[in-house]
Design a protein around this ligand. Sequence first.
Ligand SMILES: [Zn+2]
Length: 452
Amino acid sequence: MTVRSAILLSILMVAGCHRHRDDSKPDVLILTLDAVRADHVPGFGENPASMPNLGKWIASGLRFTSAYTSAPITLPAHNSLFTGNYPWTHGVRTMAPVQTATPRQNLVLAAQTQGYQTGAFVSSVFLKPEHSRINGFDVFDTPRRRRMARGTVAAATAWLEGVPADRPAFLWVHVFDAHWPYRPTTPHFSDCPEDVRSHVQVGVAQMRRGFVVAKNPEPYWPTCLDELYRSSLAEMDEALGALRAAAAKRGQFAWVIVSDHGECIGDEPGLMGQHASTLAECAVRIPLAFGGLASVPAGTISSLASIVDVAPTLARALGWPMEPVDGTDLLVSRSDRHVRFESPAPPRPRGVARLLGGRVNDEKMVFDPDHHVLRAWKILQDRSEEISPTLLSGAGQDLARVVMTAPLPIDAAVEFPGTGRSSRGPAREGRGGGPPSEPPGVTELRSLGYIE
Ligand SMILES: [Zn+2]
């Protein structure tokens, strides 16, 4: 080899190392924050100093400040995120592993078709593909039960570093630190009395099981629980700084940050560290932000949005074909917009109704089909005010009719045969005695805080 050809070869090799992928195919990062309520997130009501990494990240994108989940429960909501469909369309309506057809279309499969390398890094075993039906990932990394954000982010960034520079990456990272039971390494208490702190975790766990707690620190519980929750959020935020840096190191990346549902912390009597059994704002309102796309400017949009809109919005912005779904492209405004949500009856010993709900303009309604009760609210900027359903506007009454005649959510108790944990009916009497053996998955569900 001549000196000239050796130099030429070395130039080509250097050029090859820095070869970049097609500009029309940025990396895509979907970050889901499990059980993170909107009003605790910077840009959605919270001070950016509380979560500096997330605060800066979200401020660089487009925020939807009136966004709702499709169901305040992890599996149905994540399925809505990736398929663009409501639970009654995609068929995953509870936390139980369900026998539903794997979808032919979702964001991940669309990314694969476009030549993306796809990786999922989740923090709860219940999102594994056999449970979640979220298919199309080349790599699907799940913990044995649950893990903190720093572990999930470390696994995700290691994978990202291994994706060739000329191949676009589609990465889903799910963090679970804010999900009950809250276990921050270093809880920061300021307003929670010292003698109450040690009782909070235990007391709330007992209350969630329906027990009357002998010691009575109840007036302080929401404050103490909120401080534990915020401590978990702060630790989650620390880990997310490394994720953003790793994604930016590879070049341009499009991103979505969204929660699967909120979390209620004493917002209503009995709602402590819970989300699945209610359609209250604390459970269904979610933070949602997009960024890293030329067609998406930074800013704030207050019109209604849903988790089902993420897939069609992202697909359209990236130029990926997608068949029509329940969700809509959020970058195209629609005057007739409404959003809907449902809650199955979770398999808890205490009677909890399944619920169907929706919102149009500033009116929200929730229907309890088992007791045939419809309730309605005006949603104001920082609170909601219950109104008589007869006072709903024409658009509100139209949506109420749709909600009241919709297919019923599945009774989750049916999905856990033999647990003795039906939300109503004779199986409730099984409480206390317990079944001789539990179906697969029930122990894990309990350890993760989904059932008591
Ligand atoms: Zn969740």
